[in-house]
Design a protein around this ligand. Sequence first.
Ligand SMILES: [Zn+2]
Length: 327
Amino acid sequence: MKKQNILDRLRSGVVLGDGGYLLELEKRGYVKAGPFTPEVALEHPEALAQLHREFLRAGSEVLQTCTFYASREKLRSAGYAEQVEQINRAAVRIARSIAGEKALVAGNLSLTWQYAPDDASSEGRVLDLFRQQIALQVEEGVDFFIAETFHYLGEAMLALRAIKEAGYPAMITFNFKQPALSRDGRTPVECALELERQGADIVGANCGRDPEHMLPIVEQIRKAVKCHVAIQAAGFRCTDEVPYFMGLPQFPLELDPLQLTRMEMAAYARQARDIGIDYIGACCGVTAAHIRAMAEGLGRTTEASDKSPDLEIHPILGPEKAGKAAR
Ligand SMILES: [Zn+2]
């Protein structure tokens, strides 16, 4: 069966995305905390392939290429500027090899840290960085693009422009901190409306906030736009005072006890569906166990569902869970 493209797929129902790559691969020893750049695609391709495989088995219908922070200038900060081409190409090839015909592959772009609203020349430089990554990823074969976690609407618009020049569907998302405004002072709804006006196919929020602090934002966006809406929440428990995990004192090395449970992520997927969000994925802190729970929470059975919990068989929990006499 030929794969549908992302827009056909969204028209026929919720699309389940994947989870986070760089923080998880950091925990596994393949990514350096600090730069959080994705040279893993070159240095440990089997580690990246395995994480893709886990998400696919867990029910992800889209695999994102591990090219977050793979723009030339961000790679330069970690000493990998000369490998920009190899890293982008390798990451797409690995995602493709695992996705096969079972999942779509989303080329991934992210904020470049080079955008400066007061410096007119930064626009051209940022556009060139996006165009370079897009050309490489298109050559290796992606189905659409996710350009994510922007702070500035201005930079998000440049990413959208570069994706549309290449002729691909575009999902554009923001990482909203506190207050929930872009750094150029626009509300989430204003950002979404402007992106929709300029041709974005999917708009939404990504990373930073946990489900509790992200769902109300995408609900507002859902009511305002006609295009598809995406949510990719982080899997770390935030607070009302600091609703994004990068602002918590535990970031980045002591987040473990803040990780949300699979049940909480399953509830998140259902809540997102119920408010009309049609692209439901996740980001940092979200593993395959969470994605499987999200898929099953949406009523789906995944390849990994044959290993889903059956606590009735557990020697200690079983009788109690099954409502039988404990002894
Ligand atoms: Zn993230």
